[in-house]
Design a protein around this ligand. Sequence first.
Ligand SMILES: [Zn+2]
Length: 407
Amino acid sequence: TWAAFAMADQMIGSPAKLAEYLGNIDAASREPGAREDAALLAFAREREPSLQKISAADARYWQEQYRRARFSFDSQSVRPYFPYAQVERGVIATAATLFHVDIKPVAAVRTWHPSVTTYDVFDGQVRLGRIYLDMHPRAGKDKWFSTQPLAYGIHGRQLPEGVLVCNFAGGTPGDPGLMQYGDVVVFLHEFGHLMHHLIGSQNAFVGEGGFLVEGDFIEAPSQMLEEFFHDYGVLTSFARHYQTGEVLPRDLFTRMTRADAYGRASGQQRQLMYTAVSLDFHTLPPATLDFDAVYRRDFERFNTNAFVPGDHFWASFTHLNGYSSNYYTYVLDKVIALDFFAQFDARNLLGGPAGMRYRQAVLAPGSTRPAAELARDFLGREPNLDAYRRWMLAEFDAEAKSSSAAR
Ligand SMILES: [Zn+2]
C-alpha cells in the first residue's frame, strides 16, 4: 500500500508497527476522554435538559462554555499580559538560555519587507547562522504560521538561515499586538522548529540538517518547546501587563493552566480519528474507497458526539496533501515531546543540564543518524507513554487537589 511505502523510511517503519502504537495511544486516552465527554454532556444538559447527545457542530461551543464556567477563565483576560514585542523578547531569551546560544539583533539588513527583523545566532564567539522574523499579517502574505529553511548549513563552508512566517497581532504603529495565549504557544512551537534547523544544520553535508530528519520526528522538538509555556517562572519572565507592567498574577495563571488542561484526552481521541482517516484513505483499495463511509466509521470510533449529516470533513482535510498516510506524526511526536520535556528539572527548567544535553543529543546531530537513536541517546531508553499519561490526566489531578482543599 501507499502507507507501507510512505512509512518505510520513517521512524515508525511500517503500518503494522503504527497499528500497535496507535492501539496503546487509544488505550491511554479512551477512558479519560469518555470521562471528559460525559462531564461536558452533563454540563450541557443542565442548560438544555432535552439534549441527548452533543452535536459535533456544537462541541467547541460547549467546551468554551464549560471552560468559562468551570475554571472561570476567559481567554481574553490574559491578552494584556502578552503584547507582541514583549513576547518576542521573551521567547528569544527563553530559547537562548535553554539552548545555550546568543541570539543578537542585526541592524540594517536588506530583507523582502521592512517589517522583517534579523538576528544572528551564536555559540560563544562562533556564529551558527541567521534567522529572520516575518511576524505580522500584510496583504499578499501567506496566512498561516510556519518555519521555512532559507539555506542549509555545511560545516566550515556555509551557515544555515531560517525564517518564521507568522501572522501574529501587532506590527502597526500604536497597536500593542495583544496576543491570545494560544498564539504564544504557537510562537514557541515555531521557534522550536527554527532552533532545530539552525543548531541541526552544522554538519558535513547539506542534506544532514535538522529539518531533513525523518518526517515523523519533525514535530517533536517544536512540541517540546510548547511545554515551557506552562511554567510560571518562564512565563512571568516576559508576561507583564502592557499598561501597568504588572506580572501575570499567579491566580490567573493557575486558572489558565487548568482550563488548558481540560479536554486533552478527548482531543487525543479526535487526533486518532484524523490519524485513522489519513491512514485508511491510503491503505484501502482505491477503486472501491467510499470516502464518506470510511470517514463516518472513523468518526464513530473516536467520537461520542453526534455525527452531523452531510459532514464531508475529509474534503477539506488539507493535511492529506502534505502528510498523506502519515498524519500519525502529531500523536507520535506529542508522546516523544512530553517524554523529552519530562527530562528537564521542573523546578529549574532553563538552568539545569538537560538543555545542553538535549541540544547535543537531539538537535545538533540533525539527520546524520536515525531519529529513534537521537531520542534514545537523550532519554537513555526507548520513549514511553508515562509523561504522556501524566499530561493527559493532569486535569483530574488538579480537580482532586482543589476539591480536597475546599473541604
Ligand atoms: Zn510544527
